[in-house]
Design a binder for this molecule. Structure first.
Ligand code: R5P
Length: 339
């Protein structure tokens, strides 16, 4: 073989390698972030060994949002990370705009990662004259023509039915239960702060091997909650109160007061997937004298409060879902992960 042939072979081997690398990169899932929670999108990317893809989002002086995604998203399997953090309406619209931009540059498939879907609490009308908020919000997300939605611990699992596309409903309960385990005492009881949360409390109790107590609450308004009674043995016991989310903190404050009235111990751990922590929720929880708050990072962090904070990252859970969905692995594997 002469020198020219050797050089020719080396060059074509390099070209083959370059093409294989390009194909591998194009086959890998692309992670795009809206502005609701870029830190989480980066964490998901880090788990997958992927940088965030370029996506410029700006607000025009007239208040309209404009989006520009990378043209190289053509043919890609794209995952858009955007929980419905405040400002909720704006973030939902932004999610639909990013999806539309991705469709228009020819992305092969677009999946929404909405780890917190906030309108889930409006899954039914409480009073005549109210809208079915969860349905409206699901329709707005649906404008993005996503292939599917991935979410974590919906307030009401039935909300899945409001979306016109498949929903992968993941659960952070095993991760949170694991984080709580080290704080358990021999007498710890798992408490649901309301009747609606009894099933969730049973799931935690099962993970932790503890009994369950239930606080019976009534909601008097957006911020005002009254605890009426407690079912189960709490006297002298440390309590782990579990909920899907904490918004104003009113539910937890009322539950803690009811537990203390019935002689519960001082050690109170509060566990929730979604730390909405709206307005003065951290003050409310401090006033309730809880010992610690254990939450995930489905929403941007709101620090503060006169109690211990434990943060449980959800990026590994989301990244795992992305891996399986990108590889078109059976939904059963995702469902198993959610249990
Ligand atoms: C209600 O059913 C939910 O599970 C939560 O308990 C509730 O939404 C928490 O809201 P807040 O913190 O405002 O009481």
């Amino acid at each position: 073989m002469n020198v020219e042939e050797i050089v020719g072979r080396a060059v074509s081997a390099l070209r083959d390698g370059e093409q294989r690398l390009r194909r591998a990169l194009e086959a890998a899932p692309a992670i795009v972030s809206g502005r609701a929670h870029e830190a989480l999108a980066k964490a998901v990317g880090l788990e997958l060994g992927r940088p965030l893809e370029a996506c410029a989002i700006e607000r025009f002086p007239d208040g309209e949002t404009t989006v520009r995604v990378d043209e190289h998203m053509r043919g890609r399997d794209v995952f858009v990370v955007q929980p419905t953090a405040a400002p909720v309406g704006e973030n939902i619209l932004e999610l639909a705009l990013v999806a539309d931009a991705l469709h228009r540059v020819g992305a092969a498939r677009v999946t929404a990662l909405v780890p917190y879907f906030g309108f889930a609490r409006q899954e039914r009308r409480v009073h005549p004259g109210e809208p079915l908020g969860a349905r409206v919000a699901a329709d707005l997300v649906g404008c993005g023509r996503f292939a599917r939605i991935v979410t974590v611990d919906l307030h009401a699992p039935a909300v899945e039915g409001f979306f016109g596309v498949p929903v992968e409903h993941l659960s952070a309960v095993p991760l949170l239960a694991e984080a709580v385990r080290q704080h358990l005492r021999r007498d710890t009881v798992v408490v649901s702060p309301d009747l609606g949360g009894a099933k969730l409390a049973r799931a935690y109790a099962h993970e932790l091997g503890r009994p369950v107590a239930i606080v019976h609450k009534t909601r008097l308004g957006g911020r005002h909650v009254e605890a009426l009674d407690v079912t189960g043995e709490v006297k002298g016991r440390s309590c782990v109160i579990v909920d899907d989310m904490i918004a104003t903190g009113g539910t937890i404050e009322a539950a803690v007061a009811a537990l203390r009235e019935r002689g519960a111990g001082d050690d109170v751990t509060v566990v929730a997937t979604h730390a909405v922590l709206a307005s003065n929720a951290l003050e409310v929880l401090s006033r309730a004298r809880i010992t610690r708050l254990v939450t995930t990072d489905t929403l941007p962090a709101r620090e503060g409060g006169a109690f211990e904070r434990v943060h449980v990252p959800v990026a590994p859970l989301l990244a795992d879902a992305v891996r399986r969905l990108a590889a078109d692995r059976p939904a059963a594997e995702l469902a198993a992960a959610a249990r």
